[in-house]
Every structure is written in C-alpha cells, then in structure tokens.
Design a protein around this ligand. Structure first.
Ligand code: MSP
Length: 515
C-alpha cells in the first residue's frame, strides 16, 4: 500500500470562504477520494491561518479580538467544507498548541543550525499579501500617489522599519537550484516551475522571519517581544499535522511524499521559501507542489473591493452539492486561470449531469422496468463497450495520477456518451424482450456501475444513489457503495451481477433553466 499526503493552503481567517478557496479544497478532496479508491493510505490536511496583521486588522475593524475573529471565520470554513462534503482527515488551526510548539521547535532548529541572524529590516510590506516587496515588485499608483501599489491587491504598500531576525535565504539559492535540477517534476506545471526558477536565479535576499510591531503571532523562543512572521508560522503547519514535533515515526512515514496544492499567488512562499526552510532545518523538501491558476469572475480575481466574491452556499442552493463539486472539478483545466460564469455552470450541469449521466440512468431504468420486469440483466462479456471501458479506466487512472481531475472526468464522461450511443444504436425500447435486449441493457448497467465508481471522487450522494438504483446496495457479495470498490481491479468489465432490482426514482439531476 502506498501513502498519499495531500494538503491545501491554510486559509486566512480575515473573512469567510469564497469559491476560489473551495476550488483548491475540492481538488484536494477529489484527489484524496481517488487515492482511497485505488487503495492508498491517505492523509488529507486543510485548515486555517490565523495569525498576522491581516487577521488582526480585520478583527479590529469588526470590533472583535483576533482570537474571536479567528474562531468565527475558522468555523465558517469548517461549515463550508462540511456543506461541500470535504473529506479532510485533519483541520489544523495555527493558533492550536500543537502548531505553536512545532513552529517554535522547527524555527529553533533553523536558528541552532546557524541560518538565522539579527538585523534591521527596512522596506515595503503589503498587509493583504502578508509579504515584503522590493521596488521592482511594485507598481506605480495610477492616481499619482507617492506610495507604490502591490501588484496583486492594487493597494498602497506600507514602509516597515524594525529590528528583526533574518533567515539566510540567500545561502540556499544553489541548494534550491540543485534540488530543482534533480527533481524536475517537483513543481507542476512546467510554467510554474520556470517561474520559481526565475525567482531563484533573479537573486534571493535574506528574509525577515520575525516582527516586533505585531503582537498576534507565535513568540520567537530566543527573542522576547518578537513573534514569527506569519508565513514562517503558516508553512510549518504541513509538518505539524504529521507529528514533526510529537511523533517522529509518524512524521517519517508521511514526509516528504506530500502533494501540496496552491494557487500561483503563493508560489514564492511554497516553491522557494518552504523548500529552503526545510533544508535549513535538516529535512527533505516536499515531493510535489501543484500550482494552479485563478478562478476568475468576469475576467477578474475575486476580491472584497470588486464585490465579486461568491460563496459556495449560494451556488449549492441552485446546483446541489454534487452539481457544485462537478463544476469546479471539471469546469476549467487544472493549471491555467479559468473564468467562472453562472450561465456556463448551468450549461455544464445540464449537458453532463442532467442530459448525459442522468438521462442514461433514467432511460436504462425505464426500459428495464418495461422489458425485464425491473430486474437488471448481466452485461455481455463481448460487448463493444468493454474495450472502451477498459481504455477509460486506464485513462482516468493516468489523469488522476497527474493531478488532473478535469481530464479524468472528461475521460469518464466519454464512457457515458458511448453507452448512450450504444442504446441509440440498438433501441432496446423498440425490441421484444429477450436475450438481445438483456445484453444491451446489461451493458448499460455495467457502464453505470463503472461510472459510479470513477465519478465518486466528484459526485458523492448521487453516485451512492445511482449504486442503489442499479441494485448494488445490499445486493450481497457486492461492494455496498461505489467507494468500496478497489480501482482498477474492481472495474474489470463484467462486474455487474445481473438479477438485481433496478429502481428508476426521480431524476438524479433535475434539468435547470437560466432565469
Ligand atoms: N494563508 C495563506 C496560505 C498559507 S499556506 C501555508 C493564504 N491564504 S488565502 O486565504 O489567501 O488563500 C489563498 C489560496 O486560496 C490560493 O493559493 C488558492 O489556493 C485559493 N484561492 C483563493 N482565491 C482563489 C481564486 N480566485 N482562484 C483559485 N484559487 C484561489 O494565502
């Protein structure tokens, strides 16, 4: 059995989650579910990033203490993930004692290894990014203001000047380049790997790891009055949750074979700072970093100021949990930016879910009721769909392994379309009951069985329901849920037993209209 450790970024608790946060989390969830299907031991970690100025200021503006504000928004994240049926194994909050202990131990190790020194920091800082910037990272204020703007938030940065502790990042430029060279697939996709290499080759400056002007953070153990810079606290969550400071054996079981998911906004922290920190602490860098683009709304990144933030709950109300999950796993390629539109989501839902999968299930059940007294027949071992199913399973296996849910689902829907075409070509609804009709319907039921399993990382309740409708729940000798099947062996053609009751039920995915 292999182990699969997958993480999302831990989200800031300045505000409630929107669909951009849901996008990364859903992708991680689907990957975790897929790896459980193939029999891996999975650890799926998500959580919230609660310290730092961004959260402290949002709390102040809301008239709360940072701890109260963090509590409230961490709960909102948990509720959103519950709603979306996110199957995380652990939800870490950076204000927990385990994180405080681990950050202090990890940073102390780096300090003891001689990679931290004291100095004075002077320069620009963007609070919404919680990031230090050089002049050339910033843009001029188009309205003529003296202070340059952060390129991401288009807000004036702030001048910081304080006594700090510095991490000798510059010393890790060559080790990082060597690591990139020997691990050409560590950062995916290639364009993002090149971006990270560009940052390293462009020259790395030592970076301030502590703040004395900020109170809301984890105390630096060797320097009273200082707290750790929030990013140096946050990244460490990935090792806290697997026992870095509490259970060395467990840590070694899971590290470094991790798959970190993140968007391009935090590439520098994950693909440059984090591997360097690990090296400085004497640990191996992460095995894989998957960087994806932004989910845009009307071509723009979601932000509070442009009032284009959409919450998961708003869309779930219209599309259901599985409709939501399907859209964000299938709707845009994993990697580049993708534009989200409500109208596009309706089209995708109607085409793939209502018309293709929903219709296949409804049609088969109707004809089985009429021609086979409601008892599903077994598939034909020599069905023309058998080799297609084998190809689709192999392709889905490949694409999930490549962290590409959209392509894996696209392959899966090819099988749905082929099964619909097979029915159209044979028109069992027009034929007399008998072995020929049984074969065609048995083939379609076998496709539904295979698709229920392959789609189960995306569609949760509807694949369970499909399983029940084709008679496999409590069928005896059969896995009770699609998620109990082991892929790929359990998907060999011919697994549908036949002789089980098929139930039509109401539409699995009722058609939607745009209004
Ligand atoms: N707290 C840091 C991460 C620390 S990880 C050790 C942070 N938090 S965040 O709340 O700003 O979340 C950023 C992440 O949310 C992105 O990297 C991405 O995973 C997700 N997304 C937020 N908005 C998004 C889009 N519009 N589109 C796609 N992903 C988005 O950064």
């Amino acid at each position: 059995m292999s182990r699969y450790y997958v993480t999302t970024p831990i989200y800031y608790v300045n505000d409630a989650p929107h669909i951009g946060h849901a996008y990364t989390t859903l992708t991680a969830d689907a990957l975790a579910r897929w790896h459980r299907l193939i029999g891996d031991e999975v650890f799926f970690l998500t959580g919230t990033d609660e310290h730092g100025q961004k959260v402290a200021r949002a709390a102040e503006a809301a008239g709360r203490t940072p701890a109260e504000h963090a509590e409230l928004n961490a709960d909102r994240y948990r509720q959103a993930w519950d709603l979306l049926q996110i199957s995380f194994d652990d939800f870490i909050r950076t204000t927990e004692p385990r994180q405080i202990d681990t950050v202090q131990a990890f940073m102390q190790r780096i300090h003891d290894n001689g990679h931290i020194y004291s100095g004075t920091y002077e320069g620009w800082y963007c609070v919404p990014c919680e990031a230090y910037y050089n002049d050339d990272d910033l843009v001029e204020d188009p309205s003529g203001g003296d202070t340059p703007l952060c390129e991401i938030h288009r807000k004036p940065v702030e001048w910081l000047s304080e006594e700090n502790w510095f991490f000798r990042l510059s010393a890790f430029a060559q080790p990082l380049l060597d690591w990139y060279e020997t691990n050409p697939n560590a950062v995916q996709p290639e364009g993002k790997r090149n971006e990270a290499l560009g940052l390293i080759r462009g020259g790395l400056q030592d970076i301030s790891v502590s703040r004395s002007a900020v109170q809301w953070g984890i105390p630096v153990p060797w320097a009273e009055g200082h707290v750790f810079y929030v990013w140096y606290d946050a990244l460490i969550n990935y090792v806290t949750a697997i026992g870095y400071n509490s259970d060395r054996q467990r840590f070694e079981d899971w590290w470094p074979s991790v798959n970190h998911l993140l968007a391009k906004d935090i590439l520098r922290f994950h693909c440059v700072y984090w591997p360097a920190m690990l090296m400085a602490a004497g640990e191996a860098p992460p095995r894989q970093l998957n960087v994806h683009g932004y989910l845009l709304v009307g071509g723009e990144k979601m932000s509070k100021t442009s009032l284009n933030q959409i919450t998961p709950a708003e869309l779930v109300e219209d599309f259901g949990v599985d409709g939501f999950r399907y859209q964000f796993l299938r709707g845009q390629p994993f990697g580049p930016d993708g534009d989200f539109s409500y109208e596009g989501m309706v089209v995708r839902y109607n085409t793939d879910l209502a018309n293709n999968l929903g219709n296949l299930a409804a049609r088969v059940a109707t004809v089985v009721a009429k021609k086979c007294d409601g008892v599903g027949p077994a598939p034909d071992p020599d069905s023309p769909l058998a080799p297609i199913a084998a190809e689709v399973v192999a392709e889905a296996v490949r694409e999930w392994a490549e962290t590409s849910p959209p392509k894996a689902l696209e392959a899966t829907w090819r099988l749905v379309r082929e099964a619909n075409a097979h029915l159209e070509n044979n028109e069992p609804w027009k034929a007399e009951p008998g072995p020929a009709v049984d074969r065609v319907l048995g083939d379609a039921l076998e496709v539904l069985r295979i698709v229920a399993v392959l789609a189960s990382p995306a569609l949760i309740d509807s694949t369970d329901e499909l399983w029940r409708r084709i008679g496999l729940t409590d069928a005896g000798g059969q896995p009770n849920r699609p998620t109990d099947v082991r892929v790929p062996d359990g998907l060999a053609w011919g697994g549908y037993p036949g002789g089980v009751p098929v139930d039509k039920g109401t539409p699995l995915f009722p058609r939607l209209t745009t209004s």
